[in-house]
Ligand binder design. Structure first.
Ligand code: SF4
Length: 367
């Protein structure tokens, strides 16, 4: 059933027709949607696409976020997580220390470790291999979704290995998927201005391409809401869409709303609710070849996440347990959420909660 009423605006009407006929939206269409203040039409159209792809199902996972080290050689202007070696608060955990941390917080429902961290040049690549190996040995049943494409690029630089060789070494000890971080905005101009001194646009995409060629399915993000233009956001989505056409390796697209604490990034305000919802809806409309768009409650709040589930999002992320990166940057949300609260949130939006694994295989449907 079509629920979007015909628009009197001819460009909006043409976009509605394209979406209804399964035609791909252009750069101009995406920029037009950002310029429009007709959130209800955009959201309803995104909802139609989400329902077509996933019905009423909204997915979540019981997972734990882990951070081996916050020591980082990069200096991304928006980051408040990184530390220099020796600086107060800097840490680098051994595999054993990480296991002790996990044992304190673990419960048997956890089926994924989400592992990211700084680019610590004071430990060798073998440290990152051994850390994963230790976790896998102690928790063999838990999926290791580990490292960003930027971290893989960093490992390649410190080890002298190719992306393929780095990934193969990590896969040997249990790597099963890459996290989506490190994308920020896929624009070299943006990266220069925001001092994103790590993997550039083509390197970020190359790492994911290589991972997909090796049989890994991966995640991808977009950190929006600072100095980037709306056109840069749409071009970012199109980079992702093009690679997905080539490899079909992305599981989900995750729009991350920028948190405003770091004055070096020149961000004075949080994104508005309107901007967050529009970005999720436009992502759903632009990324016709990606199965899921995630509403990340850590960055946009639990209430807005619930609304986003009616405007294109089909994934409510997971329990997390203790998030650190967005909270270092000023997130006001809880550091984690319980399974019961996630189910409540999804049901409250009139959707069907589905507990999943990392690869969106269904574990349990909560009708
Ligand atoms: S965002 Fe990641 S790579 Fe950039 S400074 Fe922070 S920890 Fe380092």
């Amino acid at each position: 059933m079509n629920i979007v009423i015909p628009s009197e605006n001819t460009q909006m009407q043409s976009i509605i027709e394209k979406v209804r006929h399964g035609q791909r939206l252009s750069l101009e269409d995406g920029v037009f949607l950002y310029q429009s203040d007709d959130l209800l039409t955009i959201g309803q159209l995104a909802n139609e696409v989400a329902m077509r792809k996933n019905g009423k199902k909204v997915y979540f996972i019981e997972n734990m976020s882990l951070y081996f080290t916050n020591v980082c050689e990069a200096h991304c202007a928006f980051c408040n997580f990184r530390k220099d070696e020796g600086q107060e608060g800097a840490y680098t955990l051994s595999g054993q220390q990480m296991i002790e941390y996990v044992e304190q917080h673990f419960h048997p429902g956890v089926r994924e470790f989400h592992i990211v961290g700084g680019h610590n040049p004071h430990v060798p690549f073998q440290y990152y291999v051994d850390s994963l190996a230790a976790l896998k040995q102690r928790f063999p049943e838990v999926t290791l979704k580990a490292y960003t494409a930027a971290e893989i690029d960093f490992f390649s630089r410190i080890s002298g290995l190719s992306y393929k060789e780095v990934l193969q070494e990590l896969m040997k000890v249990g790597l099963e998927s890459l996290t989506g971080g490190g994308a920020e905005i896929l624009s070299d101009q943006y990266r220069k201005k925001m001092r994103v001194d790590k993997a550039d646009v083509s390197q970020y995409l190359d790492v994911h391409r290589t991972a997909h060629q090796l049989g890994l399915r991966t995640h991808t993000t977009m950190l929006y809401g600072s100095i980037e233009t709306k056109e840069e956001r749409i071009r970012h989505m199109m980079h992702v869409r093009e690679l997905q056409d080539e490899t079909n390796g992305f599981l989900v697209f995750i729009p991350l709303s920028m948190q405003p604490i770091n004055p070096r990034a020149g961000i004075r305000r949080r994104n508005s609710a309107f901007e967050d919802l529009k970005t999720i809806a436009i992502s759903r409309l632009m990324l016709d070849n990606i199965q899921h768009i995630k509403a990340y409650f850590i960055n946009i709040g639990v209430q807005l996440t619930q609304v986003a589930l009616t405007m294109g999002a089909s994934d409510a992320h997971g329990t997390i347990v203790k998030e650190k990166i967005s909270h270092a940057a000023g997130a006001l949300t809880p550091e984690g959420i319980t399974r019961e609260d996630l189910i409540w949130l999804i049901k409250g939006a009139g959707r069907i909660p589905v507990e999943r694994d990392t690869f969106y295989n269904e574990i349990k449907v909560y009708e």
